[in-house]
Design a protein around this ligand. Structure first.
Ligand code: BGC
Length: 401
């Protein structure tokens, strides 16, 4: 596995998450377990030329044009929409070189607008939930739209996933991709401050999809940007991900109440079905009689990641599918990752390959600050103030085992 990430300055770092010595020790074990599993792995190198093309994908009801950009290194091919800066397709080879799209999505804009549970979306302003859609900042209370039970989810009713982003191609000697920009007006979805977000998705020759987030505001605000790609490494529409193996560099997680709002507790994973420090099949314990799995209908939880290196980057996760051998490794500057096993997919619509998606047909690894952080002073802060620059980086590395 390649840890050779570009060094980046993270202006807003994770902050103290107060892990115990036991948790830190477990983390070390995870790190060595991770490097031993990775020694037999091959990430491969894209030997082809870096290429990018653009086509019209559709039009919004308001007449705005939505484009699809497709970029490749000859081995991995990514398609992205200007709608929601959405990862529409990720095509990667299996261990015998057979390529498949490993990300859930649609082939038309209407389905993204009407049906998508954030398939591949860039999510903002605030990934995951804010309790009752309320938070208080500098003595003022803000009310956000309620769109998930009693809470506000993924930035409200019309979040960044439902906006058309400006796109600009970026190309270097070693990487190709697109920079997406969206300017959210002061007060949009109830959030204070005009927020300018720039998210650059680049694919390099080592099969790394780098996602670099950058944001500035003109008033104090909160934000939590992420990408909501749903993976099935056997190919989208190929059925359950129960047999996928997952490893998380996470000694703790944040338990939730019945509405999926964190209780505020940072709970060690030891002895629970949330312990993925050693590689474990996602389905191995998903049906266990654990109250948190009942509440989530499976995994739908924020995991507290191990400490970052000097460059601010931490290994978050690794997953692979034993039959095809396809793997994905996640590095991030974010302190958490939401592991979501597609629990609310109910087979009621068909995806890009014509197959319906059912519960447990995909998993998400949404790198993030913790859900509902504005209401939990013990969580790393999600506040951004004028004059500060928000930067965050997540890298998905595609390979085979
Ligand atoms: C949330 C889930 C939600 C899903 C799709 C995840 O980030 O944690 O509860 O159903 O997104 O909206």
């Amino acid at each position: 596995m390649s840890d050779n990430l570009p060094r980046r300055q993270v202006l807003r770092t994770a902050g103290a998450i107060g892990l115990s010595a036991a948790a830190a020790g477990a983390l070390q074990q995870t790190a060595s377990a991770t490097s031993s599993t990775s020694s037999s792995a091959s990430e491969g190198i894209g030997h082809g030329r870096l290429e990018i093309s653009k086509k019209v994908f559709g039009r919004t009801p308001a007449g705005e044009q939505v484009d699809v950009y497709t970029f490749t290194n000859g081995r991995v091919t990514i398609s992205m929409l200007t709608w929601g800066a959405t990862l529409q397709r990720i095509e990667t080879p299996d261990r015998r070189g057979r390529k498949k799209n490993i990300s859930l999505g649609f082939d038309n804009l209407e389905d993204y607008a009407a049906l998508s549970p954030y398939f591949g979306s860039t999510v903002g302003r605030y990934g995951n939930r804010i309790a009752k859609g309320q938070f208080t900042l500098d003595g003022k209370t803000y009310q956000l739209p309620i769109n998930n039970g009693p809470n506000s989810l993924h930035g409200g009713t019309i979040g960044f996933d439902k906006k058309v982003w400006q796109a600009k191609v970026v190309r270097t000697d070693t990487a190709i991709g697109v920079t997406f920009t969206y300017v959210s007006p002061d007060g949009e979805m109830g959030y204070p401050g005009k927020l300018t977000s720039t998210v650059t998705y680049t694919l390099d020759k080592a099969n790394r999809l780098n996602i670099d987030y950058h944001a500035v505001t003109d008033k104090a605000t909160v934000l939590n940007l992420t990408n909501h790609v749903y993976f099935n490494l056997g190919g989208e529409g190929s059925g359950s991900i129960d047999d996928h193996i997952l490893q998380l560099n996470a000694p703790a997680y944040t338990p939730v109440d019945a509405t999926l709002i964190p209780t505020g507790q940072i709970a060690p994973v030891t002895g629970t079905p949330f312990d993925f420090r050693r590689p474990t099949a996602i389905g191995a314990r998903i049906r266990d009689d654990h109250p948190q799995l009942v509440i989530g209908r499976g995994y739908d939880h924020n995991f507290v990641l191990g400490e970052a290196g000097k460059d601010g980057v931490r290994l978050a996760a690794r997953a692979w599918e034993p039959d095809s051998g396809r793997s994905v490794t996640v590095h991030t500057t974010e302190p958490g990752v939401q592991v979501y096993t597609g629990n609310f997919l109910d087979g009621s619509f068909q995806g890009i390959g014509g197959k319906s998606y059912r519960q447990g047909d995909a998993f998400c690894l949404e790198t993030q600050h913790f859900p509902d952080s504005p209401n939990h002073p013990n969580f790393p802060s999600t506040v951004l103030r004028p004059g500060q620059t928000f930067r965050s980086t997540t890298t998905f590395t595609f390979g085979t085992i």
